[in-house]
Design a protein around this ligand. Structure first.
Ligand code: FE
Length: 144
């Protein structure tokens, strides 16, 4: 897979909290998605049909993950991006849950589960980062 971030990151996460700590600073939905690898219902999240200009940061630790420049309409019901904002902040892992082989996308700073990446995205990367709204916080671009 071309242009994909390094998937061999075995470093410990810089931001570490216990589940109780995460539960106290995240909503139940955010906790379910980011710490329990849950998936929000399609077309239910706040960002799948959101097109303001700015950055999408990790809801758990604030690391910049994606930007509106690479967000596109995938029709999947989840926010979709064809590239990441900062490869250092993204970790990829093989996920064999649910009887499928998928590539899980995590925040490398805090280990938050974000979603999965698929190879059916648009040019120039051909990638589709399928990300839960509940794992993201939008930060408007104040230069616009
Ligand atoms: Fe994070």
């Amino acid at each position: 897979m071309k242009d994909k971030p390094d998937s061999t990151n075995k470093k410990a996460h810089k931001v570490f909290k216990t589940d109780a700590d995460w539960q106290s600073c995240l909503t139940p939905e955010q906790f379910y998605v980011t710490r329990q690898k849950g998936t929000e219902r399609p077309f239910s999240g706040k960002y799948y049909d959101y097109w303001e200009e700015g950055a999408y940061v990790c809801v758990a630790c604030g690391a910049e993950l994606f930007t509106s420049n690479t967000k596109y309409h995938s029709g999947s019901g989840w926010p979709s991006f064809w590239e990441v904002a900062n490869r250092e902040n993204i970790e990829l892992k093989k996920d064999t849950r649910l009887g499928m082989i998928r590539t899980e996308v995590l925040c490398s700073k805090c280990g938050a589960h974000l979603g999965h990446v698929f190879e059916d995205g648009p040019p120039p990367t051909g990638l589709r980062y399928c990300i839960n709204s509940a794992a993201l916080n939008f930060v408007p671009d104040k230069t616009k």
